[in-house]
Design a protein around this ligand. Structure first.
Ligand SMILES: [Zn+2]
Length: 317
C-alpha cells in the first residue's frame, strides 16, 4: 500500500476531460454534472516502507490505474465507491529524489458525479479534510537495492544502511513490473505521520569536494530525524578544532617572538616563514627549550607584548 494525496488546485472540467469521463458512464454527462480533482498516487521516492517504484513502474501503473474506482478506507462496498480515475500521467518535477534521479510522480484525474449524496465528499475534498489517499497494487518483483536479488531472499534488510565502498547507502526494495492495480482509497492518516506531504530530498549521491561540504550537508538536514545528533557531534568537533587552531596560532606567535629576540639580525619575514612552517610538535619542542633556558616573559617584556604578560605563561609547557 502506498500513500498519495489530493492536489490542492481546483480543477475546471475541459471538453477533453468530459470525453474521457464519458467512457466510464452509462449516460453522457455534461461538464456541470461532474466534480473533478487531481491526486498524486505515488512517486519514485523511497517511501516509509523503504520501497520505491522505478520510473518504468510508474509508467505501467499509469495505465493500470485508469478507470479504477476510489473508495473509503479500502472498504470495497459499492456505496463507498466515491470517485473514478479517468486519466493518469507521469509528472517530472525539477527536483531530484534521494537517489539523484529526476523526481517523478504519478498524477491521476478523478471525477465524482454531482448528486445530493456526493455533496458531502466533494465538500470534504474541497476543504482539504479528505486529502490523504493510498493505493493497492501488485508488483511482480521486489528487488534489493544493494545486491539486486529478491529482497525477501537476500541477506540485506530494508531500512538499514550499508557501505558500498564509498558511501553509506540505504537498503530499500525496488518495485518492478506492476501487474495489477486494485484500487485507491481515501484514508485517515495519523497526524504525526507526514503523509500527504511530498517528500523532497536534496541529492545525497552527489560528490563532495571536501569534509566541509559534508558538514554543510548535515547542517541543511539537521531538522531531519537521525541527523540532529550527528550534526551536534560535528558541531562540537568544529568548536574543538577552532580552539585547537587558536592554541597553535598562539604557540606560533610566542615562538616567533623568541626567535626574533634571539636573532635580531634576521629579517622578520624570514622568521615568520620559519615559524609558519612549524607543526605542533616543533612548536612544543621550541617552547620547552625556551622554558629550560629560563626565558621568562619579563626578559622579553621590554621589546614584546607588554600588555599581555599572562600570555607566555599560559602557553609555557
Ligand atoms: Zn540484497
Amino acid at each position: 500500500m502506498k500513500e498519495g494525496f489530493v492536489l490542492p488546485e481546483s480543477e475546471i472540467t475541459s471538453d477533453e476531460d468530459i470525453n474521457l469521463i464519458n467512457k466510464y458512464t452509462k449516460r453522457e454527462l455534461n461538464k456541470n454534472e461532474v466534480y473533478i480533482f487531481s491526486l498524486v498516487l505515488c512517486d519514485n521516492e523511497i517511501d516509509r516502507d523503504y520501497e520505491r517504484f522505478t520510473s518504468e513502474s510508474l509508467e505501467t501503473l499509469a495505465k493500470l490505474f485508469e478507470g479504477k474506482t476510489g473508495i473509503l478506507d479500502h472498504d470495497a462496498k459499492s456505496e463507498k465507491q466515491l470517485a473514478r480515475i479517468f486519466s493518469c500521467k507521469i509528472q517530472t518535477l525539477k527536483i531530484k529524489n534521494s537517489l539523484g534521479e529526476n523526481y517523478k510522480r504519478l498524477i491521476a484525474k478523478a471525477y465524482i458525479p454531482k448528486t445530493q449524496s456526493s455533496e458531502e465528499i466533494i465538500m470534504q475534498i474541497d476543504s482539504g479534510i479528505k486529502k490523504e489517499i493510498s493505493i493497492r497494487c501488485r508488483v511482480e518483483k521486489k528487488l534489493c537495492s544493494i545486491c539486486g536479488d529478491n529482497i525477501n531472499i537476500c541477506h540485506h534488510t530494508k531500512g538499514k544502511s550499508y557501505f558500498n565502498g564509498k558511501n553509506q547507502v540505504l537498503c530499500h526494495a525496488i518495485l518492478e513490473n506492476p501487474i495489477d492495480a486494485y484500487e485507491w482509497s481515501f484514508v485517515a492518516v495519523p497526524t504525526q505521520v507526514a503523509a500527504g506531504v511530498i517528500k523532497t530530498f536534496s541529492n545525497t549521491n552527489q560528490e563532495y569536494d571536501n569534509s566541509l561540504d559534508i558538514i554543510e550537508k548535515f547542517k541543511n538536514e539537521s531538522d531531519k530525524k537521525g541527523m540532529k545528533n550527528l550534526y551536534n557531534v560535528i558541531k562540537n568537533m568544529e568548536n574543538e578544532i577552532k580552539i585547537g587552531r587558536e592554541y597553535i596560532n598562539n604557540m606560533r606567535e610566542d615562538v616567533l617572538k623568541h626567535l626574533s629576540f634571539f636573532n635580531p639580525n634576521l629579517n622578520n619575514n624570514t622568521i615568520k616563514k620559519i615559524t609558519d612552517s612549524l607543526d605542533y610538535e616543533d612548536l612544543k619542542n621550541l617552547q620547552k627549550n625556551f622554558a629550560k633556558n629560563n626565558l621568562v616573559k619579563s626578559q622579553l617584556a621590554p621589546d614584546f607584548a607588554k600588555a599581555d604578560s599572562s600570555e607566555f605563561l599560559e602557553f609555557k609547557i
